[in-house]
Design a protein around this ligand. Structure first.
Ligand code: FPP
Length: 241
């Protein structure tokens, strides 16, 4: 692969996570319905997936639907589910051609059955792809993920399968949705909000965070590369000197 992006190919983050925010504001600014913002947001998803693969990112996690998003009006939830299903159907070919595996984290059993079916089908068809993992956070919440982990681990202690002293950082990581995915190196949030919004609470312990004012539908390949460049110029110390 030739690298023309003024990036160091050896310092590409292994795992990039993105809080895609600002679809609603993008639409409002243009006096459009929020649906239009989500539609344009789905196009930005396509761009970021393509670019990540091209640059050699190994894991890309996108916060597509949070546990809190269930509180939105039913029509908006239906739009997001529709767009997700459409994305899965439309992108299958591209995922296969680019050797991308689809994974999902979150309360998948709360999603509409037709979306679950499409998701399971896509995950199954792409399961042997090794170029990149596209990880969609769907009905995902960091706290509920932690509660689920505590339930699993305490049951194992109760059943005598493990003892309390076996509970290490590694054991906890193995009981999260992301058990088979390394922690993110870089977290990007669009639309200027300085919040984590219940995203990957355990996993972002040492993650570099970049917040951009750009609204998600306007997030471009050029801006992504600019953030990766800034990331490469940061010194990661993991708490050491
Ligand atoms: C935030 O915008 C975005 C979401 C709630 C979900 C992200 C969804 C997409 C990008 C579209 C479909 C996804 C896929 C994977 C195809 P907001 O509505 O919170 O914006 P606002 O804060 O400006 O109102």
């Amino acid at each position: 692969m030739s690298f023309n992006f003024d990036l160091d190919p050896k310092k590409i983050p292994v795992h990039v996570a993105i809080i895609m925010d600002g679809n609603g504001r993008w639409a409002k600014k243009r006096l459009l319905n929020r649906t239009k913002g989500h539609e344009k947001g789905a196009e930005a998803v396509r761009t970021v997936v393509r670019t990540s693969r091209e640059l050699g990112v190994k894991y890309l996690t996108l916060y597509a639907f949070s546990t809190e998003n269930w509180e939105r009006p039913a029509a908006e939830i239906a739009t997001l589910m529709f767009l997700l299903k459409k994305f899965l159907k439309n992108e299958l070919k591209e995922l296969q051609e680019n050797n991308i595996r689809l994974n999902a984290i979150g309360q998948i059993d709360r999603l509409n059955l037709d979306v679950q079916e499409e998701l399971n089908k896509t995950m199954d068809l792409t399961k042997n792809n090794t170029g990149m993992c596209l990880n969609l956070a769907l009905s995902y919440g960091g706290r509920s993920e932690i509660i689920r982990m505590v339930h699993e681990v305490s049951k194992k202690v109760k059943d005598g399968a493990i003892s309390i002293s076996d509970i290490t950082e590694e054991l906890i990581s193995k009981h999260l949705y992301t058990f088979n995915i390394p922690d993110p190196d870089l977290l990007i949030r669009t639309s200027g909000e300085m919040r984590i919004s219940n995203f990957l609470l355990w996993q972002i312990a040492y993650c570099e965070i970049f917040v951009t004012e750009t609204l998600w539908p306007d997030f471009s390949k050029e801006e992504y590369i600019k953030i990766l460049r800034a990331y490469q110029n940061r010194e990661r110390r993991f708490g050491k000197v």
